[in-house]
Design a binder for this molecule. Structure first.
Ligand code: HAM
Length: 421
């Protein structure tokens, strides 16, 4: 037997309906907010993520599925969606479109070579949005509220929106210098990753799991104290717009995010539900005003978020929320005898042509077995055909909900079922 690779999963019937439900809900909500779908390839040139996500991130340094294709090109299975969407934005010159900002959403599998655990997969499905072309703080609030509305619409309650600002280039530079000065005396005591991070990307030291309890972490310089006037004002306005929409948040000056492209607004939505597990982040997102330019386009602001379906479904389970999924089958046809069998094929086909969900027996089961099968499929109606019924050009229709039974002529059958459903 060959099993699936570690960190992946099969989504079987019974479970796949939940996926379809959340996908459909997300698409509907994106349309309500006027976001349009974009679909990009599952693999890209490796360089896209090196430049887009950042050379010093965990993702690029050790989590990418990178391989050489037969043409000798370095290819990577996408670890996230923002770099790809931005690449498409630049490549197709969407910045030249009359529709600005470009408000895009996507749903698709992403790949990261991580240590698998509950809520951390090697293949996972991200739902995300990206709004490119506006630096109005109202769009930051819009993007955040879209995520929150989506979770609320599914019934999630134990949510915490955590907000921070990473400031603009100037603010970040000042903070960077302060971080280096602060951590330098402790450099030898930090983990080997952080020793490197201190040189390359000191902000990421704040996010280190190993050094979390180091004494130097406690009073490390906070980015919010280094925001220049403009950045501070921007952050203030984002918070005001969130208040206007009634979206609650907490500010956490230690929220830094794991990807390099962020500036200004950074946010995560966490689940506080008991039993959700060690990983509490449901959604991560933020502003990335330099990314379009880094990928060869004109200077264009952008903001977005992504969450995985896997973590969302975990959160729903942790809060005991059952999605309203109708597993029932409209009708199941039962036939006894060769002629009835032939007629049931014809009727099943006719019902389906009329948009009625129908199924029948294909295992030549006895009457009792077919009834059992109809029951297992949660059939709303059972249509029974025997020799006697055939002679009368009719079938017995049993309403499985009420138990009521009626003989209905073949030429009335479809109308009868459609009216009863
Ligand atoms: P991220 O924080 O790396 O950001 O991932 C966003 C979300 O993807 C996480 O909050 C989590 O729900 C899900 N996720 C990440 N890794 C895994 C995994 N191994 N297994 C299951 N779920 C996972 C980004 O990817 C950015 N592109 C988000 C963004 C969009 N920022 C701006 N626009």
């Amino acid at each position: 037997m060959i099993n699936l690779p570690r960190g992946t999963q099969d989504i079987l019937p019974g479970e796949s309906e939940k996926w379809q439900f959340i996908e459909q809900k997300f698409i509907e909500l994106c349309h309500t907010y006027n976001y349009k779908e974009v679909r990009t390839p599952i693999f890209e040139h490796t360089e896209l993520f090196q430049r887009g996500v950042g050379d010093t991130t965990d993702i690029v340094q050790r989590e990418m599925y990178t391989f050489e294709d037969r043409g000798g090109r370095s290819i990577t299975l996408r670890p996230e969606g923002t770099a790809s969407v931005t690449r498409a934005f630049v490549q197709h010159k969407l910045h030249g479109s009359a529709n600005q900002p470009q408000k895009l959403f996507y749903i698709g599998p992403m790949f990261r070579y991580e240590r698998p655990q509950q809520g951390r997969m090697r293949q996972f499905v991200q739902f995300g949005v990206e709004a490119l072309g506006s630096s109005d703080p109202a769009i930051d609030a819009e993007v955040i509220s879209l995520a929150m509305s989506f979770y609320r619409s599914l019934g999630l309650k134990s949510l915490r929106l955590v907000l921070n600002s990473l400031g603009d280039q100037e603010s970040r530079q000042k903070h960077r210098t302060a971080l280096i000065n602060h951590f330098k005396p402790y450099q030898a005591e930090l983990c080997s990753d952080c020793q490197l991070r201190l040189e390359q990307n000191p902000l990421r030291v704040l996010d280190c799991k190993k050094d979390r309890d180091h004494i130097a972490m406690q009073n490390a310089p906070k980015i919010l104290d280094y925001l220049n006037e403009e950045s501070a004002q921007y952050f203030e306005q984002v918070k005001q717009y969130l208040a206007v929409m009634g979206v609650d948040y907490v500010v956490d000056p230690n929220l830094v995010r794991g990807l390099d492209y962020y500036n200004h607004t950074a946010f995560e939505i966490m689940s506080d539900a008991e039993g959700f597990g060690a990983i509490t982040t449901l959604t991560g997102g933020g502003r990335y005003n330099g990314l379009v330019e880094d990928l060869g386009g004109p200077s264009t602001p952008g903001i977005g978020f992504a969450f995985s379906a896997e973590r969302l479904l975990m959160a729903l389970a942790a809060e005991g929320i059952d999605l309203p999924i109708d597993q029932a089958l409209d009708c199941y046809l039962i036939a006894i005898g060769k002629d009835a069998e032939r007629k049931s094929v014809e009727l099943t086909h006719q019902l389906r042509s009329e948009g009625v969900q129908a199924d029948k027996d294909y295992l030549s089961r006895k009457m009792k077995g077919q009834l059992k099968a109809a029951d297992r499929q949660k059939a709303k109606f059972v249509i029974i055909l025997g020799d006697q019924e055939l002679e009368q050009e009719a079938a017995i229709i049993k309403n499985m909900g009420t138990g009521a039974q009626e003989v209905v002529k073949f030429d009335q059958l479809i109308r009868y079922i459609k009216q009863s459903l």
